[in-house]
Design a protein around this ligand. Structure first.
Ligand code: DX5
Ligand code: ZN
Length: 216
């Protein structure tokens, strides 16, 4: 089965708790929090309080995507508020080791993300220190963008690079049933979807259809 991670960025902010309950009831395993600082990406989104307030309301695996400069500065608050996985961008800091050490010591899963323009070789040195790779299939900063199919080769390349390591490949941006199927075919394990789920006629149905993409 494919793991589905609805992105809260596309949810109706006026009914956030209800939207979280809806996707959880539909069987989504992960909840994807897009955190933006207006510097690393040209947009602002949520602060850590969103994790703090959603934590007591949900049993889902909290997948925090930090699209911020100097991500190390933000780790304590997201760690304290209940993140299960924190993903930082390889482009966002020269000192990934301090990030990995902090997350390891706090028993939080470690994710590394790369923008579409960043080559897969950039993350090769870190493969033995991470649990998840978040491959951006849009330029980070906004939901509702078009899937960049030129990233499919990178997914296949990273799948190959990982070998037998226990690392999940997560894809993020423009994911729907069609693009999600293409990503799963070349090695994706986790599908982040915002607009496709929250704008669907039936988000519950949509989540179940995405989960079935992994069935051979
Ligand atoms: C973009 C975010 C994505 C985005 C996905 O910077 O990282 O998670 O919200 O949204 P959709 O699925 O609408 O492309
Ligand atoms: Zn994201």
């Amino acid at each position: 089965m494919v793991i589905v991670a609805p992105s809260l960025l596309a949810a109706d902010s006026g009914y956030l708790a209800e939207q979280v309950a809806l996707v959880e009831k539909a069987g989504a395993e992960w909840l994807h929090f897009d955190i933006m600082d207006g510097h690393f990406v040209p947009n602002l989104s949520f602060g850590s309080h969103i994790v703090q307030q959603m934590r007591p309301r949900s049993k889902m695996f909290f997948d925090v995507h930090l699209m911020v400069e100097n991500p190390f500065d933000f780790l304590p608050m997201f760690a304290d508020y209940g993140a299960d996985l924190i993903t930082v961008h390889v482009e966002a800091t020269p000192d990934l080791d301090e990030v990995f050490t902090y997350l390891h010591n706090h028993k939080i899963k470690i994710g590394l993300s790369l923008k579409p323009s960043t080559s897969a070789t950039e993350i090769e040195p870190y493969l033995d220190m991470i649990d998840n790779i978040l491959i951006m299939t849009v330029n980070p900063g906004f939901g509702g963008q078009k899937f960049m199919s030129d990233q499919l080769n990178k997914i296949a390349q990273i799948k190959q690079m990982i070998g037998f390591r226990d690392i999940t490949i997560e894809v993020d941006g423009g994911i729907n049933l069609q693009t999600g199927a293409e990503c799963v075919k070349v090695g994706a394990d986790v599908l982040v979807a915002g607009s496709a789920i929250f704008k669907a006629e039936s988000p519950e149905q949509y989540i179940k259809q995405l989960q079935c993409l992994g069935e051979k």
